[in-house]
Design a protein around this ligand. Structure first.
Ligand code: JFZ
Length: 418
């Protein structure tokens, strides 16, 4: 199991792509605004299925280029891509034989998941799929659509065995190696069915990881709540899904994208606690990534090109005895190196950054960006039994977003219990 997770735990940073019919209305329907995620428009505005389905007649993303996405993701420093194969609306973005409700029956008429899978394979990017296993607002027996279908008449198992399982098998049989399958909103699904679903995945592709939202702790790794970073570090594999603005699907209105510094702060905090950040883009109806969101990811990617050693292949950093006022710490255990992410740069000479409780002998301190040595001092206060470690930074801050200092230790990190 541990080897199966190695690529995932080392990857640290992935691209989430929420794309489907909901990109066309982009959060607005006949003058009404979707109150939350635009991908929930149909349910939140209780749009009749017959009306929502007509969007398929307009779906024709003429600007879609899968290689653009994959090459951008590589430039952004992302190591895996998760694409919505079927979201809650039930519309399949691939050539499914299980349902006519798919991209194959649109003016576009081409398999989008196939194109992403081929581009990822060609570019050496790990390809993954999202599948909504419980909610399906097109299916009369699935959870979710109670305005077109009488809840009292729903037979979930009919949907589960006639659509969900067959489609999951299609995705895990017809598109090559799948790094992970991202299930979602298991809600009140019986544990036995969740287990059966995970078993189907592992039978089709033993190496394919199942995310935590298959339910009941059955997944191969844990899933944080959306846009939520756990308070405490964890040593197991986990992932935080995060939006760049306030919606997963494309929005005509919400261009309030996080600044690069905010994305960086989230990435470092998640990685410092041992997790992965799965950061989302919502392509528009033409297949384009909103330019403003791409620019944010470009900037973060440029930082990662210089400082990636402080992110990739790291494990959760230890909890030091005091809260760290100047930033965050990430940790590469194999290289016995701590990485100080200095976001509040010292403003007065001697531009000191302090850490209490580090028991190791520090061998060397360098600025990660250029390898230049940084002076430092270690001491031990006997009376207070406290190890003190100070580094003395250059007067001019090297990177206002996040200056990274590599602290090479004499062995695995040891922290005082104060
Ligand atoms: C779900 C979906 O409903 C949403 O559309 C998007 O795909 C997102 C990634 O996942 O939304 C959730 C699911 C779980 C929580 C919050 C939103 N949660 O656990 O807090």
């Amino acid at each position: 199991m541990k080897d199966k997770l190695k690529w995932f735990k080392d990857a640290k940073y992935g691209l989430f792509i929420h794309w489907g019919l909901y990109a066309i209305p982009g959060g607005e329907w006949e003058g009404r605004l979707a109150p939350h995620g635009t991908e929930w428009l149909m349910r939140n505005l209780q749009v009749p299925l017959a009306d929502y389905k007509k969007l398929a007649e307009r779906f024709n993303p003429v600007d879609f280029d899968p290689y653009y996405y994959v090459r951008k993701a590589k430039r952004w420093g992302m190591k895996y891509i998760v694409v919505t194969a079927k979201h809650h609306d039930g519309f399949a973005m691939y050539d499914t034989k299980v349902s006519d409700y798919s991209v194959m029956n649109t003016p576009y008429g081409k398999d989008i998941i196939r194109q992403f899978a081929d581009a990822c394979a060609a570019e050496g990017m790990t390809f993954c799929v999202y599948y909504s296993q419980m909610q399906d607002w097109e299916d009369p027996n699935a959870d979710g659509n109670t305005w077109d279908f009488d809840p009292a008449k729903k037979e979930f198992k009919r949907y589960f065995y006639n659509k969900c399982i067959p489609q999951v098998k299609e995705l895990l049989t017809n598109y090559g190696p799948i790094g992970l399958i991202w299930f979602d909103t298991p809600y009140e699904m019986p544990k036995a069915l969740c287990q059966e679903l995970a078993d189907v995945v592992h039978e089709c592709q033993p190496a394919c990881l199942v995310n935590g939202r298959v339910g009941y702790g059955i997944g191969d790794y844990r899933q944080a709540a959306d846009n939520s970073i756990p308070r405490f570090a964890r040593n197991d594999a986990w992932e935080c899904p995060m939006t760049l603005n306030a919606t997963w699907g494309y929005s005509h209105r919400d261009s309030d994208f996080k600044a690069p510094s905010a994305v960086l702060e989230n990435l470092v905090r998640v990685v410092g606690k041992g997790g992965n950040l799965l950061l989302n883009v919502g392509p528009d109806e033409y297949g384009k990534i909103p330019e403003a969101s791409a620019q944010v990811l470009d900037t973060v990617g440029e930082w990662l090109a210089v400082n990636g050693k402080s992110i990739y292949n790291t494990v959760s950093a230890p909890d030091f005895p005091y809260l760290i006022p100047w930033g965050e710490i990430t940790y590469n255990e194999e290289e016995t190196t701590l990485f100080f992410h200095i976001k509040k740069y010292p403003t007065r000479a001697p531009y000191q950054v302090h850490l209490a409780g580090l028991k190791n002998r520090v061998e060397k301190v360098t600025l990660l960006a250029d390898g230049s040595e940084i002076p430092f001092k270690q001491s031990y206060e006997t009376a207070r039994d406290e190890c003190r470690f100070n580094i003395f930074m250059p007067a001019v801050c090297p990177d206002a977003d996040d200056t990274v200092v590599a602290v090479k230790l004499d062995g695995k990190v040891e922290v005082q219990k104060i």
